[in-house]
Ligand binder design. Structure first.
Ligand SMILES: NC(=O)c1ccc[n+]([C@@H]2O[C@H](COP(=O)([O-])OP(=O)(O)OC[C@H]3O[C@@H](n4cnc5c(N)ncnc54)[C@H](OP(=O)(O)O)[C@@H]3O)[C@@H](O)[C@H]2O)c1
Length: 220
């Protein structure tokens, strides 16, 4: 039985990861700041009060795992806040860096000693972090933080290869969740089914690739 840990697990894409991984028989550790009735209803193990921007939180999470070995770490927690050029607020920009770029790196570092050999790390990024794909501007905080996550993911892929740990950078699509005000052309069920296919196909040879959930390789 594989063991998977998911951040941002109380709603949206993270909650759906918990549901689908549990349904296929994996052991799931759901990590969140605060619980939700939907997450409780899954019956998976829940680690609460974990903020990905806080070192003490992630160290507490690592300690709570004891001798558990993870086969999959899904760094999913993220935020999207408005930062158009004419309303730039650098605190709002910085907050997105803390959660979207530094958060996944902090969680990964804290849990590294728990990663099994041949395990996988999924970084849920966004094509809004693609420089080539930026055809509309704006969204400074979100775009910059996800671009930073992308380069961190590429470095992790290099640095963890010797430990046989592979890393995928994954764009879920435009998914109907709280983040998007439930707009979009995909739903969490479809997006996560596709994301799990990408994760299952991930190898050391393909580690460090930036994929759309649909399998398309995205440009940096
Ligand atoms: N939906 C889309 O179309 C889309 C597109 C591209 C990429 N993504 C990415 O997909 C991921 C999941 O997004 P979603 O659509 O499911 O959004 P969502 O419904 O807004 O969920 C975001 C999750 O992140 C958690 N989170 C936020 N800040 C956190 C922090 N400081 N510490 C710990 N957890 C924190 C939230 O927990 P709380 O309830 O505690 O706030 C929530 O569980 C994000 O990384 C997002 O950038 C989504």
């Amino acid at each position: 039985m594989a063991t998977a840990l998911i951040t941002g697990a109380n709603r949206g894409i993270g909650l759906e990861f918990c549901r689908q991984l549990q349904a296929r028989g994996d052991k799931v550790i759901a990590v969140c700041r605060s619980d939700s009735a939907e997450l409780e209803a899954t019956g998976v193990r829940v680690e609460r009060n974990i903020d990905v921007t806080d070192d003490r939180s992630t160290e507490k999470l690592a300690a709570a795992l004891g001798d558990i070995r993870l086969d999959l770490l899904v760094n999913n927690a993220g935020i999207l806040q408005r930062t158009p050029l004419d309303e730039l607020d650098f605190d709002v920009l910085r907050a997105q860096f803390e959660v979207n770029a530094l958060g996944p790196l902090r969680v990964t570092r804290a849990l590294l000693s728990h990663m099994a050999p041949h395990s996988r790390i999924a970084l849920i990024t966004s094509r809004m972090g693609s420089i080539t794909d930026n055809t509309s501007g704006g969204s400074y905080g979100y775009r910059m933080s996800k671009a930073a996550l992308n380069i961190a993911g590429k470095s992790l892929a290099h640095d963890l290869a010797a430990r046989h740990i592979s890393v995928a950078l994954l764009h879920p699509g435009h998914v109907k969740t709280d983040m998007t005000g439930h707009t979009g052309n995909s739903d969490p069920k479809t997006a996560v089914a596709d994301l799990l296919q990408r994760i299952d196909e991930l190898t050391l040879a393909t580690s460090g690739t930036f994929w759309h959930a649909n399998g398309e390789i995205l440009p940096w």
